[in-house]
Design a protein around this ligand. Structure first.
Ligand SMILES: [Zn+2]
Length: 321
């Protein structure tokens, strides 16, 4: 009934497909507009209006949204527009989380779990060491660090959609300095500013490099940009500092040597939050995917008594509940 192929395939009666790149089912769900989830198959898709707008801007493909009486979208608390899907099929309630966070962060509210018979959850941080500090503490530390470095240009690396906007939001809370962003971040800001009440008032990078050289500006760009030679030269020549933001920095290996400072700011559940999510949904069967999927499934079985499996390792024999 549940298979992972191109996307997650759900149901025998009807073929619901979530987050596939090419395959088309009877109904297609897109959980959010991160590139590994954006649908490139023919329309229409089931997704939030904001996800459709963001995905259109990123892929250039016009997206037509539809509703389905068996699918209810729930805010998954990962990025703006991100949705979990509660699907009724084969006499079961199936909850597909997509990427998920249950904690309130910056301007975003965490996911509120609902009861389901079958849970399909991401398990990015499905290992016990991945426990993040309290979110208020993380945000306080980021703000303090920005305020403590008032005379130095700061170069902040964060994924263009989602993390980058939350970091800009924190910068604006911390100081009143010019915010200069990479084009990929600006593109996402523009859509978000048009469709929500958030405002970032940024300056484009190309015309405002001088504000970084002078030490006034704070730069926000994608992580793929963070180790480019010209950026490293700019940081060096302007006596700047570089920071990264990711749950992976909990174990110390994240961006080793790349950043002067790393903060465990994540858009995913940490390990404890994943366990609580499963307890709250209280399903008869759990399927895990992404990250530590096998490890998390075996933890749920061993320590929590759930009937749990990784989708990846069982993709050909998942006919039982
Ligand atoms: Zn994502």
């Amino acid at each position: 009934m549940i298979k992972q192929k191109d996307g997650i395939h759900i149901g025998r009666e009807k073929n619901f497909i979530a987050d596939s790149r090419k395959e088309k089912g009877d109904a297609n769900i897109v959980s959010h507009a991160h590139m590994d989830h954006v649908h490139k198959a023919p329309n229409p898709v089931i997704c939030s209006d904001l996800t459709a707008k963001l995905a259109e801007a990123r892929t250039g493909i016009k997206i037509e949204t539809v509703k389905h009486s068996n699918v209810r979208l729930l805010d998954s608390g990962h990025i703006l527009g991100s949705s979990a899907a509660l699907i009724k099929t084969d006499g079961k309630r199936v909850l597909y989380t997509g990427d998920v966070s249950t904690r309130d962060r910056a301007y975003i509210k965490g996911f509120k779990p609902v009861k389901a018979d079958i849970l399909i959850t991401e398990s990015t941080y499905g290992l016990p060491p991945y426990l993040f500090p309290d979110q208020k503490e993380i945000e306080r530390e980021i703000i303090d660090w920005i305020q403590d470095n008032k005379n130095r240009p700061l170069y902040l690396s964060a994924y263009s959609l989602g993390k980058a906007q939350k970091i800009q939001y924190l910068v604006k809370k911390a100081v009143n300095r010019p915010l200069i962003v990479h084009g990929s971040v600006k593109k996402m800001n523009d859509i978000i500013e048009k469709h929500t009440s958030l405002e970032f008032n940024v300056k484009p990078y190309k015309e405002n490099k001088n504000l970084l050289k002078s030490g006034e500006g704070i730069f926000v760009g994608p992580t793929s940009f963070s180790n480019k030679d010209f950026l490293n030269n700019l940081v060096k020549n302007s006596n700047g500092l570089k920071a990264g933001f990711s749950g992976w920095c909990i174990t110390g290996a994240y961006g080793y040597g790349r950043y002067d400072k790393s903060f465990p700011f994540s858009d995913h559940c940490d390990f404890g939050e994943l366990v609580n999510l499963v307890r709250d949904v209280n399903p008869e069967k759990v399927y895990t995917h992404h990250g530590f999927d096998a490890e998390f499934a075996s933890y749920l079985k061993r320590e929590e008594g759930f009937n749990a499996r990784s989708l990846k390792t069982n993709q050909t024999s998942l006919t039982d509940f």
